[in-house]
Design a protein around this ligand. Structure first.
Ligand code: C2O
Ligand code: CU
Length: 557
């Protein structure tokens, strides 16, 4: 184990990631996406993060890293730390304890949507082996991209009535997409919608990624999605993929032609290149679960070194499955199981929490609510305020742990209004918790949306999914044999998802929908567990709100 140090400056940039110029992109050290982190199991990742934004704070969350014994390094504004002020430097220091494909991203307001993200790859320890073989690897970080800035988006979402941000203009692969031109037709022609073929001279930021491969070899593709909104599907022309890893945990391998990936998820897939190839192939990424017609698909090129890189693929990019074919999405998701030998869940739970996801209004603004409570963060980070007993820092009434069992999830909420609160769920330490996420109909008749939920500080076992309202009859369907361990899981429209985890990591952890505008509109909860056991919170993490005042008065004494 060693220290893996990084010196990063977070700054505004301008650029044209999808061929359209945009400013107020948030980058790191002049790069968008931010530089990748590469470490090995047991390493200490040390990031000195300097905020070079002029007038806003910043934090970075290390998505999928559990932060065992370092809950203050989780990088969640108002939860684990105070935002880093402009001009200041914060030292993140945490151990990466599990090999896998992770990523990092901003966790203040909608800074993630502005481009603050990058990959975080953890390799097995020196001399150890993964349970699958590969000759080389590539990372694909997927995101969606709007031409409007986040300041305006946040204003729109907070307006009365709310103005929805709409679908993304483009999908990006490693920060590259094409909005004003298309790769799918030759440069001098147009597609059926009149979009011209892309003409690249070679220097364009929006030129597609090229994955250079040799024939007859095995490659690992590490794919992560940090989209603000879009659910995606990934396919490679004429190459099957074997799913082997999800969110830093091994899967029972299975073969697919394409796979879905929701915001907050990561997968590794293994591909075998053809023994002989005289041409190149498209990798394509398209939108699922929402109307895709306004969003330009993302493409990358699988380039066989046995042929010229400029040679156009013989076949068009693989089509993305029908966006609203939920049966297809479910059939993929229901095939995910843990590799034999993976940790098994405890057979029983100590506590069970039911979380009903609804869309509501609060004072005329559209909000998302959990058991009719919409989350509003406060200025003082919970980790400090709970540790030091600052009861004025947030709402001391915890949100309800269940909802009425006569609630009709097929209809809009009978009471369209919700409460807004900063209350937390106080979980008992060292226990087994089940959470049943229950989806419901939104305010509009006949509509329920997809929500990928992400838990900080933990992996959880995905015990099962189902359509409709979770009930006793579903109890027997829960998988206690080989449920996959994950940190992000989807709830399908009008359906439920059951997870189990252990409260074994002292800290304050967000559990929320990873769709950024949904979180912004209150779609999340806060779990506090064993906070009295937390040690060594750095002062810099506490230098705002009531913990800031507390530190000041200590200095005076
Ligand atoms: Cu990747 Cu709280 O999020
Ligand atoms: Cu959501």
């Amino acid at each position: 184990a060693k220290d893996v140090p990084y010196n990063w400056e977070v700054m505004y940039m301008s650029g044209a990631p999808d061929c359209i110029e945009k400013d107020h992109i948030i980058g790191i050290n002049g790069r968008f996406p931010g530089p990748p982190i590469n470490a090995r199991v047991g390493d200490n990742v040390v990031v000195y993060l300097t905020n070079k934004l002029h007038d806003e704070g910043v934090v970075i969350h290390w998505h999928g890293i559990r932060q065992l014994e370092t809950p203050w390094a989780d990088g969640t504004a108002s939860i684990s730390q105070c935002p880093i002020k402009p001009g200041e430097t914060f030292k993140y220091n945490f151990t990466v304890d599990k090999a896998g494909t992770y990523f990092y991203h901003g966790h203040l307001g909608m800074q993630r949507s502005a481009g603050l993200y990058g990959m975080l790859i953890v390799d097995v320890e020196e001399g150890k082996k993964e349970p699958f073989h590969y000759d080389g690897e590539f990372s694909l970080l997927l995101s969606d991209w709007w031409h409007k800035g986040i300041e305006e988006q946040e204003k729109d979402l907070d307006a009365t009535p709310m103005r929805w941000i709409g679908e993304a203009q483009s999908l990006l692969i490693n920060g590259r997409g094409q909005y004003s031109c298309t790769l799918t037709v030759p440069a001098n022609s147009k597609n059926s919608k009149g979009v011209p073929g892309c003409k690249f001279t070679g220097k364009e930021q929006c030129a597609p990624n090229i994955l250079d491969v040799e024939p007859g070899k095995t490659y690992r593709l590490r794919v992560a999605s940090t989209t603000a909104l879009a659910s995606l599907n990934v396919a490679i022309e004429s190459h099957n993929m074997m799913m082997v890893e999800a969110d830093g945990n091994y899967l029972q391998p299975f073969i697919v032609k394409d796979f879905d990936i929701y915001s907050g998820e990561s997968y590794s897939v293994i591909i075998n290149t053809h023994e002989l190839s005289t041409h190149n192939y498209w990798i394509s990424v398209g939108v699922r679960g929402r109307d895709p017609t306004k969003t330009a698909r993302g493409f990358a090129l699988l380039h066989y070194k046995s042929t010229g890189v400029s040679k156009r693929p013989k076949h068009p990019p693989p089509a993305t499955p029908l966006w609203n074919d939920y049966a297809r999405s479910k059939s993929f998701t229901y095939k995910l199981f843990a590799l034999p030998g993976s940790p098994k869940p405890p057979p029983n739970y100590d506590h069970r929490i039911f979380l009903l996801n609804t869309q509501n209004y609060f004072e005329g603004k559209t909000r998302w609510a959990i058991n009719n409570v919409s989350l509003k963060l406060t200025d003082t980070p919970y980790l400090g305020s709970i540790k030091f007993g600052l009861t004025n820092a947030f709402d001391q009434i915890s949100p309800p742990e269940t909802f009425i069992d006569t609630y009709d999830i097929t209809k809009p909420p009978p009471n369209p209004n919700c409460r807004v609160s900063s209350g937390v769920y106080n979980l008992n330490f060292g226990k087994t918790y089940d959470v049943i996420l229950q989806n419901a109909n939104i305010i509009q008749d006949g509509v329920s949306e997809i929500h990928p939920w992400h838990l900080h500080g933990h992996d959880f076992w995905v015990l099962g999914y189902g359509d409709g309202m979770f009930s006793e009859k579903d109890e027997g369907k829960l998988n206690l044999e080989n449920p996959p361990l994950r940190n992000t899981v989807v709830i399908f429209p009008h359906g439920w998802t059951a997870i189990r985890f252990m409260t074994d990591n002292p800290g304050v952890w967000a559990f929320h929908c990873h769709i950024e505008p949904h979180l912004h509109m209150g779609m999340g909860v806060i779990f506090a567990e064993g906070v009295h056991l937390v040690q060594n919170i750095p002062k810099e993490a506490l230098s705002c709100g009531l913990t800031g005042e507390m530190l000041m008065s200590q200095n005076h004494n």
